[in-house]
Design a protein around this ligand. Structure first.
Ligand SMILES: Nc1ncnc2c1ncn2[C@@H]1O[C@H](COP(=O)(O)OP(=O)(O)O)[C@@H](O)[C@H]1O
Ligand SMILES: [Mg+2]
Length: 265
């Protein structure tokens, strides 16, 4: 079974998907086989990985809707990047219809549908990364009920830090209700941090004070190049400019921290 990691934050637009995708990429570059589950109906990772919707295509929505052991097998797609390591990243894509699954939150056992759908389907992967929406509602709960561990992503900004705090507390208090008592938050990743700005430095200090040892190195810097490669749906090798090396190095280091700080499953 793959190690399953939910990547989340209780605020939108802070860089969760960017961290999750570039982590997946760095792990794949090191030879790890990664299953990337997009469970955000915005489908940003899905678009950035180059996978498009067409009639009849299966994704996270269909795997959850199926309510069947191993259903994810029918929803696994090859990402469309033309780089050597791309064949080690597979995607379970998301589109708007995924939000329709929220209506089933009251159905008994519905929060266990993803863990059921993953059963046996991610055995031939080393890592399953689940990219969550910016809320703690049903779709995120499906991810948390399926995961061994969670990583909180935050900007160096007050509302985002409060969001990370809420979710760390939420997981500690509610993992039992998700039938996943062993779920652990193993890291807090600070991203889009501009260390030239005193406000970001102050917020970073407060992140370290709040989360202590949970804060991972490296802190991911705010670099315009991220917006470019994310907009273009490019691999990190497509990054240009003087900061391209910093971007690559940041995620190589993050992948090393991930290996070091993750639970053994
Ligand atoms: N380290 C960074 N530096 C600059 N821009 C970033 C960084 N990380 C992400 N971004 C940009 O911020 C925007 C939101 O990021 P995204 O990963 O989609 O956030 P979320 O998943 O939290 O909604 C995107 O345009 C993305 O390219
Ligand atoms: Mg996102």
């Amino acid at each position: 079974m793959a190690r399953r990691t939910a990547i989340l934050g209780n605020k939108g637009g802070v860089g969760k998907t960017s961290v999750a995708m570039r982590l997946a990429e760095a792990l794949a570059r090191e030879g790890r086989r990664v299953l990337y589950v997009d469970i955000d109906a915005q489908g940003n990772a899905t678009r950035r990985f180059g996978v498009r919707w067409y009639e009849g295509v299966q994704g996270t929505n269909e795997a959850v809707l199926a309510n069947k052991v191993g259903a994810v097998r029918d929803s696994i797609h090859q990402i469309k990047w033309s780089v050597g390591y791309a064949d080690r990243i597979k995607l379970v894509p998301a589109w708007l219809e995924l939000d329709d699954r929220i209506a089933e939150a009251g159905v008994p056992g519905s929060h266990l549908r993803l863990v059921k759908a993953l059963q046996g389907a991610d055995d031939h992967f080393d890592e399953t990364l689940i990219d969550c929406p910016p809320s703690l509602s049903h779709l995120t709960q499906l991810a948390l009920a399926s995961s061994h561990q969670a990583i909180a992503v935050t900007e160096a900004e007050q509302d985002s830090v409060r969001g990370a705090r809420r979710l760390v507390r939420w997981i500690a208090e509610r993992a039992y209700d998700l039938h996943n008592e062993d779920l652990k938050v193993v890291g807090v990743v600070a991203t889009r941090v501009d260390l030239t700005k005193s406000i970001d430095r102050a917020q970073l200090a407060s992140i370290r004070e709040i989360f202590g040892d949970l804060v991972w190195d490296p802190v991911i810097p705010r670099i315009n190049g991220f917006k470019e490669i994310d907009s273009n749906g490019s691999p990190i090798t497509g990054a240009t400019g003087e900061k391209a090396g910093v971007m690559r190095a940041s995620f190589e280091l993050l992948a090393a921290t991930f290996e070091k700080r993750s639970l053994t499953v």
